[in-house]
Design a protein around this ligand. Structure first.
Ligand code: ISL
Ligand code: CA
Length: 541
């Protein structure tokens, strides 16, 4: 049963539609806007697009709260626009995967509207309802976005579970009818020609049946009771059978709380998922909470990378997404324009020649940076806004702002910087979130004209990867594990080797080119020295 695993051979590009390209001047990116930029993606060498949610939604969490799974969000366009987008992608041999959010829906979804009406409604059990305990929540679980994971509903005098905001009630996967409806919906998208799904927080759809209290006082975050529960595997296998078997489609799971020990339970031989996202790299600069930022640690990075390269056959490779700050601000340097360019390039080389499938996040390819947020009116993200609200109550406003500037999700959601005209060419109107003021110097048009730009490096890197059996299929070996500044590894396939040397430090590193054959990509490398953020990609002699 050798299926065509196209997702291993293509570079993915993640589009956050609201911030990509506005086509009608309402300040909101849309599907027609994306269509205008398809030739750009092709030029870059992209083989597949992950499109963040475009379904009808009240946008409490920017589309991750779906009101109707089969309708396009009005601001984004119509189903005709969607069909044109899909056709435009396929004509360019670019696959499309949609974002599927089925851990929860919007509270405005018709299932929830029915569900909350009365205890005997046929949709009641599509969600997780419980009696309160002594007038309080059924248990002490904390939510990602609000203090408690429960909200009380007067209508039926019960509480419903929401691991995210109160506008995102969790679906009850124990309910067979709910599962059937979800699978039918997925099949209708597949029948339209969609090539796959990115499955939002798919690892948490099954909850511990007893919903036990977590240890400790107050509201407690309890992944031990909602992530990687035994039933998860049952649901994913059922989904594969109902939706994926017999199709050349894929699914990549956002497997929050995955680790190197449980990963193969979902991507191993049973192929519950084709790919997974793990967050060890994204979590490595948080101490306890993500908001308490700590510096990048190269040794820790090497450990995480080699552990994952060994643990599973095929990784996803990424430096960011719509939930993460900008990578060049995070693990590179924005101290000077020169360092921004060098570090962004080096980071790309370090990550995207590993064994696995690259996922680039829009704007990364031009080295877009974090946004200097200063006022609450500039923020849009529910996570940052609720953090700020809670922090104000606790007198920790300065701490929250520091966290938001470094890690807030809105950093990745400022509009794509296309050119030096007003609003970076994103919109002719007023953008829904401010454009980063650095757009006159950082934009696609300028980068295209400059052969030495980050953008051109990304293009070369993708072309190199797309054309190399060694870089696609080769195995991975870490070199110089103890070196304090260099991240180096080699990829070997059918006796041929390519090695990659990256200087993560701010000092020159002595490096001999002896033993290196053809230099495939290199910057900051002189005779015997690799300068700060320099890199070499070369075949072995
Ligand atoms: O953003 C995060 C860190 O602060 C993550 O914890 C994130 O909430 C988690 O990875 C789940 O993310 C996904 O589901 C959320 C949605 O807000 C995110 O945008 C999405 O990627 C709820 O649907
Ligand atoms: Ca628009």
């Amino acid at each position: 049963n050798q299926v065509n695993q196209w997702w291993k051979e293509r570079v993915f590009y993640q589009i956050y539609p609201r911030s990509f390209q506005d086509s009608n001047g309402d300040g909101i990116g849309d599907l027609r806007g994306i269509i205008r930029r398809l030739d750009y993606l092709k030029w870059l060498g992209i083989g597949a697009v992950w499109l963040c949610p475009i379904y009808d939604s009240p946008n409490a969490d920017m589309g991750y709260d779906i009101r109707d799974y089969e309708k396009i969000m009005e601001e984004f366009g119509t189903m005709e626009d969607f069909d044109a987008l899909l056709e435009g992608l396929h004509r360019r041999d670019i696959k499309l995967i949609m974002d599927l959010v089925v851990n929860h829906s919007s509270d405005e979804h018709k299932w929830f509207i029915e569900s909350r009406k009365d205890k005997t409604n046929p949709y009641r059990d599509y969600y997780i309802w419980r009696d309160g305990k002594d007038g309080r929540e059924p248990n002490n679980w904390a939510s990602f976005f609000a203090p408690s994971a429960w909200s009380y509903d007067e209508q039926t005098d019960q509480w419903y579970l929401h691991l995210f905001s109160e506008k995102q009630p969790d679906l009850n996967w124990e309910n067979e009818n709910m599962r059937r409806d979800v699978f039918h919906m997925m099949n209708r998208w597949f029948d339209k020609g969609v090539d796959g799904f990115r499955m939002d927080v798919i690892s948490i759809i099954a909850k511990h049946p007893a919903l036990p209290d977590g240890p400790g006082d107050g509201y407690v975050f309890t992944p031990e009771y909602f992530a990687f529960q035994p039933k998860l595997h049952e649901y994913l296998r059922e989904m594969r059978q109902a939706c994926l078997d017999g199709r050349e489609c894929m699914c990549v799971g956002e497997t929050s709380f995955v680790n190197t020990r449980n990963a193969n339970s979902v991507v191993g031989d049973a192929r519950e998922l084709d790919l997974l996202f793990q967050f060890d790299i994204m979590d490595m600069d948080g101490a306890g909470s993500k908001w308490d930022a700590i510096p990048f640690d190269l040794m820790k990075f090497k450990e995480i990378i080699s552990a994952w390269q060994q643990a599973i056959d095929w990784n996803t490779l990424f430096w960011g997404n719509h939930d993460q700050p900008r990578i060049v601000s995070r693990f590179g340097s924005t101290e000077s324009e020169e360092l921004r360019v060098h570090s962004a390039k080096m980071l790309a080389v370090a990550m995207y020649l590993l064994r696995g499938t690259p996922f680039l996040y829009q704007g990364e390819e031009i080295g877009m940076t974090n946004m200097p947020f200063e006022r609450v009116e500039q923020l849009r993200d529910i996570e940052s806004l609720s953090l700020l609200k809670e922090a104000e109550k606790a007198g920790r406003t300065a701490w929250a702002w520091n966290g938001i500037r470094k890690k807030g999700r809105d950093n990745a959601r400022t509009p794509m910087q296309w050119d030096g005209t007003a609003n970076a060419g994103f919109t002719a109107g007023v953008p829904w979130i401010e454009v980063n003021p650095n757009y006159p110097g950082i934009n696609v048009e300028g980068a295209m004209e400059d052969e030495g730009s980050i953008l051109h490096l990304y293009r070369k890197l993708i072309a190199l990867r797309n054309a190399s059996e060694i870089l696609k299929w080769g195995d991975f070996q870490l070199l110089l594990p103890e070196h304090p500044q260099l991240f180096a590894y080699q990829r070997t396939y059918e006796g041929k080797t390519i090695s990659i040397w990256c200087n993560f430090g701010t000092e020159d590193v002595a490096l001999s080119k002896e033993g290196l054959g053809e230099i495939l990509l290199s910057e900051g490398a002189s005779q015997n020295v690799l300068s700060p953020y320099g890199f070499i990609v070369a075949t072995d002699l």
